[in-house]
Write a protein that binds this ligand. Structure first.
Ligand code: LMR
Length: 339
C-alpha cells in the first residue's frame, strides 16, 4: 500500500467515524423525541371496580388514538399514591390523573361536601341528574383556584354500613368505631348516632377491620367485595344512606401544557372511559352484592321502612350543621334532583 493510499484510508476512516457519531447522535435525539409522553393515573381501589376498569379503558383509548405520542400508566391499589397524598402529588405533577371520592376534596373546597350529606339522594339516578345539572357541572370548576381541574364525575354507587354486629337501628351503632373517609360531614353523620368516626385511608381499612381495631365502615358493594371487607365483617346493612362517587381531576398546569388538539382527544377518551365505568358501576351493584351473599361470610340486613326512617331522622340533622358551608341553594338543587 502506498503512502498516499494509507493517508487516504486514514482520512476516510476519520470521516466515517465522524459521520457515524453524527448519525448516532441524530438517531438518539430522534428516539428521544419519539418517546411517548407518560401520563400517570393513580388510584386506590382494585382493578375489578368501576374506577379500576375506567382507568384501564382510558389507557386503551388514549394509546389507540395517539399511538406513540402518549402512554398512560395506571397504578391501582394505592401502589403509587394513597388517600393522604394523591392530590398533592397531582399538584406537583408527580401524577397527571386521579379520581378520588367526592368526600376527599374537603381541603380544596367545602362545596363538594354536599355529596356526603346522609340520605340526600334517593338513588343513583338522582345523583346523576344532580351531577349533570348546571349546579353539578359548576362544581367541576370549584377547585380551579387551587389548581385542580374537574373533568367529570364517575359513579361507584350508594354506600352500605358494615360492622362486626348487626346494625338495625341507630342505637346499634352507638359507641362503635367506624372508619370514614377524611370528611367532616361523614364524621358528623356517625356522631349523630353516637358512634365514633375514625378517619383512615382506604388502604388501611381491611387490616383495621380484621384486627378489630375498628368495628365497622361504610362503602359501596363493589368496594366491600373487591377489598374483601365482607370476609371480616359479619354484618352488612343495605342502607343506601349516601353516595360514593368520584371526580376525575387533573392539574391546571398539566392540562394547559397539552397541545389543544391532543387535549381534545384525551378529553374525549376520558368521557368514553367514564361512560364505560358508569355502566360497570351500575352492573356491579347487583353482581357484587350477590357474590357477597353467595359467599355466606356476611349476613345482610334489609331494613323495613320504619327502621330506615329511624336512621333518617337520626342522621338528617347533619344537613343543618353544614348548610352554611355548602350553601342552601345547592342543597335545594340536590333535593330537587329526587323525583
Ligand atoms: C374509600 O376510601 O372508602 C373510597 O373512597 C375508596 C374509593 O376510591 O372508592
Amino acid at each position: 500500500m502506498s503512502i498516499s493510499n494509507i493517508f487516504f484510508t486514514r482520512h476516510s476512516l476519520k470521516q466515517l467515524l465522524k459521520l457515524t457519531s453524527v448519525v448516532t447522535l441524530l438517531s438518539a435525539s430522534l428516539s428521544v423525541s419519539a418517546t411517548p409522553v407518560e401520563i400517570k393515573f393513580s388510584h386506590v381501589v382494585a382493578e375489578n371496580t368501576p374506577k379500576g376498569q375506567m382507568a384501564l379503558k382510558f389507557k386503551a383509548l388514549v394509546e389507540e388514538r395517539l399511538p406513540g405520542e402518549y402512554q398512560v400508566n395506571v397504578f391501582p391499589n394505592s401502589q403509587l399514591f394513597g388517600d393522604n397524598n394523591e392530590l398533592s402529588a397531582l399538584l406537583l405533577n408527580d401524577v397527571q390523573f386521579v379520581a378520588p371520592s367526592l368526600s376527599k376534596f374537603e381541603r380544596y373546597t367545602k362545596k363538594l361536601q354536599i355529596f356526603d350529606l346522609p340520605f340526600l339522594f334517593q338513588d343513583m339516578d338522582a345523583v346523576n341528574r344532580f351531577q349533570q345539572s348546571e349546579s353539578g357541572q359548576k362544581l367541576l370548576n370549584s377547585m380551579k383556584r387551587k389548581g385542580l381541574v374537574g373533568l367529570g364525575y364517575l359513579h361507584n354507587g350508594m354506600k352500605q354500613f358494615s360492622a362486626s354486629s348487626p346494625l338495625i337501628l341507630p342505637e346499634d351503632a352507638s359507641g362503635k368505631k367506624f372508619r370514614i373517609m377524611a370528611s367532616d360531614v361523614l364524621a358528623a353523620q356517625f356522631q349523630a348516632v353516637n358512634a365514633i368516626p375514625v378517619k383512615k385511608p382506604f388502604s388501611e381499612v381491611f387490616t383495621l377491620l380484621q384486627t378489630r381495631a375498628i368495628d365497622g365502615q361504610e362503602n359501596t358493594w363493589s368496594n366491600i367485595y373487591s377489598k374483601k371487607f365482607f370476609e371480616v365483617q359479619s354484618h352488612i346493612t343495605e342502607s343506601n344512606h349516601g353516595v360514593l362517587d368520584y371526580m376525575v381531576v387533573t392539574s391546571d398546569t398539566f392540562w394547559k401544557s397539552l397541545p389543544g388538539d391532543k387535549r381534545k382527544v384525551i378529553k374525549a377518551a376520558l368521557d368514553e372511559a367514564v361512560a364505560y365505568g358508569n355502566e360497570i358501576a351500575a352492573a356491579k351493584v347487583d353482581k357484587d352484592k350477590q357474590a357477597i351473599i353467595d359467599s355466606k361470610r356476611s349476613e345482610i340486613t334489609y331494613l323495613t321502612p320504619e327502621q330506615r326512617a329511624a336512621w333518617v331522622s337520626a342522621m338528617k340533622p347533619v344537613w343543618a350543621q353544614f348548610e352554611n358551608k355548602i350553601g342552601k341553594d345547592l342543597i335545594e338543587a340536590a333535593v330537587a334532583s329526587n323525583k
